[in-house]
Design a protein around this ligand. Structure first.
Ligand SMILES: [Zn+2]
Ligand SMILES: [Zn+2]
Length: 148
């Protein structure tokens, strides 16, 4: 779907659930949709501080929390490392570079079946699943080839 449509839909959803759309909130959402880089709160803060000099990192966190509760943003946690944030779109998976930590979206359908299978085998009411694929990204691969 087109980026602009994503933003419009997201804003419509916020209005629907009665969440106020402040300029900062709008900017955080817009950044998440455009960036596609799964930024940390700190990265979002750094890229927006020029536009909003009075905004603090705490404001960014607060906005992310609101957007997360509204179901528009997903928090990706990796042990002790800073959480990364992703705009929620149709199911996609993440390919993660083991060298630089870059996260790239990978679209793939058909894995809904695994939830049905899990439900069938265990009797759980399945709510969601999380799958991550690890490897070395093209940029890191190139670096390794130059060094090695
Ligand atoms: Zn890499
Ligand atoms: Zn993603």
């Amino acid at each position: 779907m087109h980026q602009h449509a994503h933003l419009k839909e997201a804003i419509a959803k916020l209005k629907q659930v009665g969440i106020r759309i402040t300029p900062q909130r709008h900017a955080v959402l817009d950044y998440l949709i455009e960036a596609k880089s799964h930024p940390t709160a700190d990265e979002i803060y750094k890229s927006l501080e020029g536009t909003f000099p009075n905004m603090s990192v705490a404001t960014v966190y607060n906005n992310l929390r609101v957007l997360k509760e509204a179901g528009l943003v997903k928090e990706l946690t990796y042990g002790d490392a800073s959480s990364r944030f992703d705009f929620v779109t149709d199911d996609h998976y993440h390919v993660i570079c083991v060298d630089c930590g870059k996260i790239v979206d990978f679209e793939c359908d058909g894995l809904g079946e695994i939830e049905q299978l899990a439900q069938h085998k265990t009797g759980f009411d399945i709510t969601h699943h999380r799958m991550e694929i690890y490897g070395v990204c093209p940029i890191c691969k190139e670096k390794e080839e130059v060094v090695g």
